[in-house]
Structures are given as C-alpha cells and as structure tokens.
Design a protein around this ligand. Sequence first.
Ligand code: CA
Length: 410
Amino acid sequence: MRRVLALGVAAAAAGAGMVVAFAPAATAAAACQVDYKVNQWSGGFTADVKVTNFGTAITSWTVSWGYAGDQKVTNAWNATVTQSGSAVTATNVAWNGTLASGGSTSFGFQGTYAAANPAPAAFTLNGVACGPDVTPTTSAPTTTPTTPPTTTPPTTTPPTTTPPTTVPTTPPTTGPTTPPAQNCVATAICDGFENQTGAAPSGNWAVTYPDCSGAGTAAIDKTLAHSGATSLRVNGAEGYCNHVYVRNTAILGTTSNVWYVRYWVRHTTALPAAHVAAVAMRDANDGGKDLRFGGQNGALQFNRASDDATLPEQSPAGVALSAPLPVNTWNCVEFKVDGRDGTIETWLNGTSVPGLLEDGVATHDIDGQWLNRTWRPSLTDLKLGWESYGSGADTLWYDDVAVSAMRNGC
Ligand code: CA
C-alpha cells in the first residue's frame, strides 16, 4: 500500500481561501502532490490546482478526483476538464503536458454547487494516487480522510486570510481576469461589472455614441445589481440622436462563427410601439451594419440595419409570437447567432421564444422577411444601451454579460 498523508485540511468550513494539500509522507515516495485551493461564494467557486510530479518525467498528464458534494465544473483554463457524475478528469493542454521529475504545473476551473463544496478527498496523477492512505487506483475515493494529522502544518500554500464574501474577491491568476459573472461557460466575455470602480465604464467597456450624441447616458451603478454589487445603468432617451451604447469588442472575433449572448436586464418602462434597440452588434459580413435586438409594437424583436428586416415580421400574428420584456424585474435574455447558417434562437428567462426563432426555413409572420436574402453574420462587437428611432425612453440595468461559443444558461 502506498501511504501518503493528507496535510493541512485548512478550512473545512465554507469560505474563501480554502486550501487542501496532499503531500508525500517522509517514509514513502509518493508519485505526486496536488494542492487544491478554492475561492468560493454562494453557489459558485473557482479552484486553482497545482500538480507536482515526483515520478519520472512525463509528457502528458491526467489528474482525476471525485467530488463528495454536488459540485459541477463549468469551465477551465490551462487544462481540459471533463466531469461524469462526481468523477472529474483534467488533462493537459498542448503546451503544458511535460512535467520533469520534481516539476509542477497549475490549472484552474470554475464551478457551481448547490448544497456544499467540500474539497476532494484524493487525487490521482496518470492513475497513481496522490491522495491520503489509498492504493494506486484510477478512481479516486469520495470520502474525506477521517484522521488528518493535527500537529503538522501545511507544507505548501497556507490558507489565505480573505474572509468569505458573497462574491469572489480573488480572480484566478491564469484564468478570467475579472471576477466571474454568474454561470459562464468558455467565454469571450464573462462580466458582472464587479471590477468596475469608477462611474465611467472602463477596461473592455467604453461608452459610445455611434452617430450623434444627446441626452442618453450610461454609467456604472453600485446601487442595483443582478449579482454582486455592480451593474451597468443606461439612461435611454427618446430620439435617435439621444442614443447611447456601452461597447465591448471582445466577442470571440475570428475564432468563432457562432455567438451565444447572455445578459440580465432590468428596465422600468414597457417596450413602446415604436422601434427601439437595446443591443447592437456590428456585422462585418453585412457592410459593418448592426444586428440589433430591441423591440417594436411592445414586444422583443431583431432588426437588421442593412435592410431593416425584422424578426418576427411585425404583423399582429408575428408580434404575438414574440414576448414583452417584463419591467422592474431582472430578466435573463439569451440569444444565439450562428454565422454558419445564419440562424437565430432566443430565450427569455430560459424559454425559447417562437417569434424570435429564425431557423433557416421561411415561416410567414416570423422569419419570412429575414430570409429574403442570404445572411451569414460575423459579429465583431457587443453594444448594450438604448436607441430609439421614434418615441420611447427607458432606464435599463445590465449585469452578468456573457458571450461564448456555447449556451450559458441563466
Ligand atoms: Ca454585477
């Protein structure tokens, strides 16, 4: 039996900065050591995992563990992480597979949990146990060690002293550069605005008035948020030249041809009868004209700026197949724009909206007008704001914005 010790179960209680180290005992050569460091908040966490190889040099690695809780890994960096039930497997990416004897590497991931987030009891490296008091096995035990040593301090990273908070306070060092927004999968944008400190949006976000500027304004808001304490507030005014957007150009660019956009929006005034837009995305394949998402006749709609096509068609039957955007509550808006076949699907609070579905087959009242020509979008920015082409003013808050190549969910 390979005997190793579990050292430093430093903070078993829920809280940020939980660190668990699995280290070799002095009397036995262990193949590996795994340091598993967690920052968590209500319902979510990030983990930083450092792997040290005590065996012979290897050119690829797989680290496996089991969760005793209901943790679900949602996205990872510096490793490919897959999960089946409670079993999790992390495999090196192309550039970090080589580990010399005594060498180490790190990877990280983000996850969710509902009830509890206990650290894994054991890890394996290429099938060999790093965990406490177990024989080499390819499936890690899922129970926690019953007799952790009480007198030996951790040999590796000490627990941080950061108190638990309701939002993550320490971004992963090699992953997302801002605290993650709620429920993001592999993303180009994953932003809850929590790192914004001033009134003017900064970093990847900038206020823009594409054509003319007037009464519309946008600012960071610390008084109302979907998650955390910060959101983006847009004071949208009536009339085209009062438009305002807050623009982000990190939108997968040329690396993707499908865009899943997800955001939460809270607004105060029902969508007007007149045409308005709240979101606009520049389409490099459509003369740089915007794909717009907003409303008309009181319901949500897409509008293609290049030819003014609408989805759905603005017949009473078409409008009835879309949906209004409820006021004074946070709404989860998701849509997919697929540059490969030009299709669009839209979800409001998790439910697909039939009038906002362009499936490539022309349907009267819905996407007949949209499909009057071939359209293969290539989106290069995301603009959140308010643009009114006739009448209609609104105050809106945006939060937890994500753009990715996969659906994020709410
Ligand atoms: Ca926020």
